[in-house]
Design a protein around this ligand. Structure first.
Ligand SMILES: [Zn+2]
Length: 352
């Protein structure tokens, strides 16, 4: 009897173990496929679930530079064929299956040649299954970076004048003439609180460095967060990008009077670099090295906000790309020790 019951117990144990293994394997596989399908778009267009679930952003800075230059120059020189850098990038992504390690400038030259010869992007991409996916994904990432804007500048008589331009209108999050270092740290593991991955890029600099709004938008989050410390979350006007600026300075994290719901302009000073965070208690410096944690979340559907399905992209190459457009600042308020941008900025989205 005893032997029999041990046998039954043993069989039961094997059954339960197998069941657990099957559940574990199937959930892992489901997770893997939903995260790694390239690209992972729902096929059923009638479904409410028809929005992009995942984006890997791996475009190197030099490809961003090449394509943006083609776009900007063709517009500024009033060329007969103008290029849209996001379309060019989406086309290239189709050639490489999203992996830009295979990038060859001759592929880009070929596309340009075809466009110059009179072919339209629509014709060239009609057979590329994933073109629409890449176009939508990259538009979500880069949609606010290039376009028309008006910026204050100094003319030959040393007067401040407004100038209309077409070009890069997104700014580096670190003010002009302030030093910072960074490395490829997206996806590194973090252990404070719970085991998780690093969903941004850390820009190491000195405490008090003015932090700049990369793109214009609405302040959606402002205040203390256990992980990010004093942080600011800004949503782009098209709703697709959520910029996250964290670990801001103790005692004076934000530029004076900045509040949730405010509109900020690309290039505005929004706060100051610090080392707050990793604490439930507010205004605590628990970060070892002073830095700005900069992150970008993509939102294709509002259900993705504050859910396990958030899409954060690697912004390392974007930071490198934005080095060419920095916002100059000055100490504008001796009393509050606040800084402001030196040259004002306007864009269409801010006017209407
Ligand atoms: Zn970080």
């Amino acid at each position: 009897m005893i032997i029999k019951s041990i046998h039954i117990k043993k069989n039961w144990m094997i059954c339960i173990s197998l069941l657990i293994l099957i559940i574990f394997l199937s959930s892992t596989l489901t997770f893997y496929f939903t995260q790694n399908q390239i690209p992972s778009v729902e096929v059923n267009s009638d479904s409410k679930e028809d929005y992009i679930k995942w984006v890997d952003f791996t475009i190197p800075c030099y490809v961003l530079k090449l394509t943006s230059k083609l776009d900007i120059d063709s517009h500024n020189n009033n060329e007969s064929v103008t290029y849209n850098w996001i379309e060019l990038l989406a086309y290239l992504a189709c050639i490489y299956g999203g992996n830009f390690k295979s990038f060859h400038s001759s592929d880009l030259d070929k596309i340009i040649e075809n466009l110059k010869s009179g072919k339209t992007m629509e014709e060239l991409t009609s057979t590329l299954t994933f073109y629409d996916y890449y176009l939508e994904a990259y538009t979500a990432v880069l949609g606010g970076f290039i376009g028309n804007y008006t910026i204050e500048t100094i003319n030959e008589n040393n007067e401040k004048v407004f100038e209309n331009r077409y070009g890069l209108k997104a700014f580096l999050p670190i003010a002009k003439n302030y030093y910072f270092t960074h490395y490829k740290d997206f996806g590194n593991s973090r252990s404070y609180g719970f085991k998780r991955t690093h969903l941004g890029n850390d820009l190491m600099g000195s405490i008090g460095t003015p932090i700049i709004a990369v793109e214009s938008g609405i302040v959606e989050q402002l205040g203390w967060n256990q992980y990010g410390g004093w942080r600011i979350g800004i949503r782009s006007f098209d709703g697709k990008r959520y910029y996250y600026y964290a670990h801001l300075r103790k005692d004076h994290p934000y530029v004076e009077s900045l509040e949730k719901g405010d509109t900020v302009k690309a290039g505005d000073v929004i706060g100051y670099l610090g080392m707050t965070g990793y604490s439930i208690k507010e205004n605590v410096n628990n970060i070892n090295v002073a830095h700005l944690h900069f992150g970008m979340q993509l939102i294709f559907d509002e259900s993705q906000v504050d859910s396990p399905n958030e899409i954060w992209i690697d912004v390392y190459e974007i930071i490198e790309f934005l080095r060419s457009n920095t916002s100059e600042v000055y100490l504008s308020n001796e009393e509050t020790k606040d800084y402001s941008r030196k040259y004002d900025f306007l864009e269409d989205t801010l006017i209407d």
